[in-house]
Design a protein around this ligand. Structure first.
Ligand code: PRP
Ligand code: URA
Length: 213
């Protein structure tokens, strides 16, 4: 895959370790859910290194008063792409419990693999927030591209996209369609199979999170 200025691929052993367990077909639904949350929390630390709206406040320590930067209230929105993106929400909420949550519902057509949109409910004022779009799987990139386009249509200007596993095809597609959006992917896999599933991947993230198969 080409190098893109707006793409960060994580290469951290803590994340690699957790992804190895996540991929394993023997991993239980409970453990799968917990791992998705933990990986998301680790990714969020890096993802929020910059671009977060802050305010200066005065804090009185036992010794003196000092000026400190804190994250501005009402400035972060998490937008999971349903269903599987839901699994990542708590991983960010443990760091920012007051982050608002918007939902974008999409499923892939089984024949064309094109995303079909079925739901969109976003927090008021989202256009002024840092928007973290989350989905564990970035396969063809169709769902991520459409979700980001919808958010831009509604005025969002500060958008980051987080995926746990990406295929080179999907990462390139989103990076090129949305060069102003930073894309964070925990691990880059080899390719897509003929059904547009990621190889080696982890199977169907929604089914593994919610036990639907
Ligand atoms: C999965 C996944 C992404 C999408 C990725 O959702 O959670 O949203 O596929 O594929 P793409 O990059 O090729 O668009 P799916 O359509 O299986 O829906 P689900 O989460 O409801 O199971
Ligand atoms: N969606 C998934 O859940 N898994 C894949 O490998 C591709 C799309």
């Amino acid at each position: 895959m080409k190098n893109y200025d707006n793409v960060v691929i994580f290469d951290h052993i803590l994340i690699k370790h957790k992804i190895a367990i996540l991929r394993d077909e023997k991993t239980s639904m409970k453990e799968f859910r917990e791992l998705v949350e933990e990986i998301t929390t680790l990714m969020t630390y890096e993802c929020l290194k910059d671009g977060v709206p802050t305010v200066e406040v005065e804090v009185k320590t036992p010794l003196e008063t000092c000026k400190q930067q804190i994250v501005k209230d009402n400035s972060i929105a998490i937008v999971p792409i349903l269903r599987a993106g839901l699994g990542m929400v708590n991983g960010i909420h443990v760091l920012f419990p007051s982050a608002r949550v918007g939902h974008i519902g999409m499923y892939r057509d089984e024949e064309t693999f094109e995303p079909q949109s079925y739901y969109c409910k976003l927090p008021e004022g989202i256009e002024n927030m840092l928007v973290l779009v989350v989905d564990p799987m970035l396969a063809t990139g169709g769902s991520a591209c459409d979700a980001i386009a919808e958010l831009k249509k509604r005025g969002c200007k500060n958008i980051k996209f987080m995926a746990i596993i990406g295929a080179p095809e999907g990462v390139s597609r989103v990076a090129e369609a949305h060069p102003d959006v930073n894309i964070y992917v925990s691990t880059l896999d080899r390719c897509l199979n003929k059904n547009c599933y990621i190889l080696p991947g982890l199977g169907d993230a929604g089914d593994r999170l919610f036990g639907t198969k």
